[in-house]
Ligand binder design. Structure first.
Ligand code: SF4
Length: 368
């Protein structure tokens, strides 16, 4: 893809209508997250959207937050000063050491050493925004699957407080490269368990470091509080917790739904900000059908499953795997992965080991 091409840049007309639709939501908490490609390639529209949202919010008085998901390679001091002035949080991607990061995330501009560009950007961001203003996301691929301990070491070396061990989803670029990047559910669960053991051990040695997926599950298991994590709730967070506004004004139930549309299937397209109203998009028959399909309590296998109250169901995932919103859970990869991880968390809890329990509770206290 040509990075200078403006075909996929959001125009001001679409941006304005998008912000107005966001503010039509009855929710008092609004988070606007900019995702790409690389959103910093069109920083002007980010600035326009933030300025316009802040103006509307003078009257709406909602709890308004902004996040930019960026690989940090294009970030400069002007952008960072703007982020500081408007309290914009940065989210980024880190898959491990220099070799892994360079293999997984080749920069499309500049040097082929994306890792060095990432580190430069991270240090600059920390200087302007502070140590905790930028958090990374890990994607597990074949390149780092069997070396997650080194990934954890790299995160700790860079003074991050935790990692979310996230499996590859079968959408977009990953779907066409599954042979090179992919692995089986059993391989992932086994690697996850061993990395979780390593993280727990590092904690018992005195280093506070969280595995965020386990921490979310533990919050569901050990406390009465919700996590706000869209994948672990029923109905799931698609549409009612978040939607994707694409550059052309199309509104999708989730980012995976948008990626599916790129692959030619517009099943999760809810409407367009230029021609549809908030009511027709968020209360229309398609939105209702998708939300209904994500209520675990009403799904045949899930309604009988011991893990139902800790789990969630993403209809996009089941549609991708089986061709319908409901799928057959026990044979789906997403279900087997969640069950495998929950089996292990319950195994650790049943051991009632004081050291492990105190690590888990330290993670939960940090979420409060
Ligand atoms: S683990 Fe599987 S069967 Fe159980 S609730 Fe989750 S998706 Fe449904």
């Amino acid at each position: 893809m040509d990075l200078n091409s403006e075909d996929r840049d959001m125009t001001w007309e679409v941006a304005q209508k998008t912000v107005e639709m966001i503010f039509a939501s009855p929710s008092l908490d609004i988070k606007i997250e900019f995702q790409g490609g690389e959103p910093l390639l069109n920083f002007e529209i980010i600035r326009d959207i933030v300025d316009y949202a802040e103006m509307l919010n003078r009257f709406a008085k909602k709890n308004l937050q902004f996040v930019i998901c960026t690989n940090l390679t294009l970030i400069d001091n002007t952008m960072l000063e703007y982020c500081k002035a408007h309290e914009i949080f940065l989210s980024t991607s880190l898959d491990g050491s220099r070799d892994v990061q360079n293999a997984n995330r080749k920069p499309r501009v500049g040097s082929s050493d994306g890792y060095t560009m990432f580190i430069d950007g991270l240090m600059r961001a920390r200087q302007v925004l502070g140590a905790r203003a930028c958090s990374p996301l890990l994607t597990v691929t074949r390149t780092n699957l069997n070396d997650l301990n080194s990934v954890v070491d790299e995160y700790m070396r860079l003074e991050f407080n935790g990692v979310f061990i996230r499996a590859l989803n079968p959408y977009g670029y990953a779907s066409t490269n599954m042979k090179a990047l992919g692995y089986s559910v059993d391989e992932f669960v086994s690697a996850y368990k061993s990395a979780l053991n390593y993280i727990i051990r590092r904690n018992t040695e005195g280093h506070f470091f969280v595995e965020y997926f386990a921490s979310l599950l533990l919050k569901r298991i050990l406390t009465p509080f919700p996590t706000g994590f869209v994948d672990l709730q029923s109905p799931c967070g698609n549409i009612i917790g978040g939607v994707i506004y694409d550059y052309d004004g199309n509104v999708y139930a989730s980012d995976e739904g948008r990626m599916l549309a790129r692959m030619g299937d517009r099943k999760f397209l809810l409407g367009n900000v230029r021609r549809d109203s908030w009511q027709s998009i968020f209360k229309g028959s398609k939105a209702q059908e998708i939300v209904k399909a994500s209520c675990l309590e009403t799904l045949s296998e899930c309604s009988m499953c011991a893990y139902q109250m800790y789990c969630g169901s993403d209809p996009v995932r089941y549609y991708t795997e089986s061709g319908d919103f409901y799928g057959r859970r026990p044979s789906s990869g997403a279900c087997r992965k969640t069950k495998g991880i929950l089996d292990y968390i319950f195994y650790l809890l049943r051991r009632d080991d004081d050291e492990i329990n105190s690590v888990f509770w330290s993670w939960l206290r940090a979420q409060c």
